[in-house]
Design a protein around this ligand. Structure first.
Ligand SMILES: [Cu+2]
Length: 115
C-alpha cells in the first residue's frame, strides 16, 4: 500500500517535469529557450528574436568585417566584434529592445522578451 502511494507521488512529479521540459524545448513556440542571433551579410538573423525573461541572447559575427551591438537604451552594448567573435546578454526584463550595429547604423534588430 505504501508503495502505491509513493508511485502516485512520483507520477505527479514527473508530470510537472514534463510540462517544464516541453515549455523549454518546444521549438515550435514563438519563444526560444536560448537566443542565438547570427550576424551575416550585414544583417542580423533573425532580425527580431523572441525569448523568455532570463534568457541569454548570443550574437555571433559570421562576417569578415567587424560589427557591434548597440542597444537603443544603453542596457546592452558590445565591444567591437571581430569576425567570429560573440557577445551575450541576459535579458531579465520583459519588453521590446531595439538595437543596431554601432558601426553600420543601418543594421537593426530587436529582442522581444516575454514574461
Ligand atoms: Cu556592422
Amino acid at each position: 500500500m505504501a508503495d502505491t502511494s509513493a508511485a502516485m507521488t512520483d507520477t505527479s512529479t514527473a508530470m510537472t517535469d514534463t510540462t517544464m521540459a516541453a515549455a523549454a524545448g518546444d521549438t515550435s513556440a514563438s519563444a526560444t529557450a536560448d537566443g542565438a542571433v547570427a550576424i551575416k551579410d550585414f544583417s542580423f538573423t533573425p532580425k527580431d528574436i523572441t525569448v523568455k525573461v532570463g534568457t541569454a541572447v548570443t550574437w555571433t559575427n559570421g562576417d569578415d568585417f567587424a560589427h557591434s551591438i548597440e542597444s537603443g537604451d544603453g542596457s546592452f552594448d558590445s565591444e567591437k566584434l571581430d569576425s567570429g567573435a560573440t557577445f551575450s546578454h541576459t535579458f531579465d526584463t520583459a519588453g521590446t529592445f531595439k538595437y543596431r550595429c554601432g558601426i553600420h547604423n543601418s543594421m537593426t534588430g530587436s529582442v522581444v522578451v516575454e514574461p
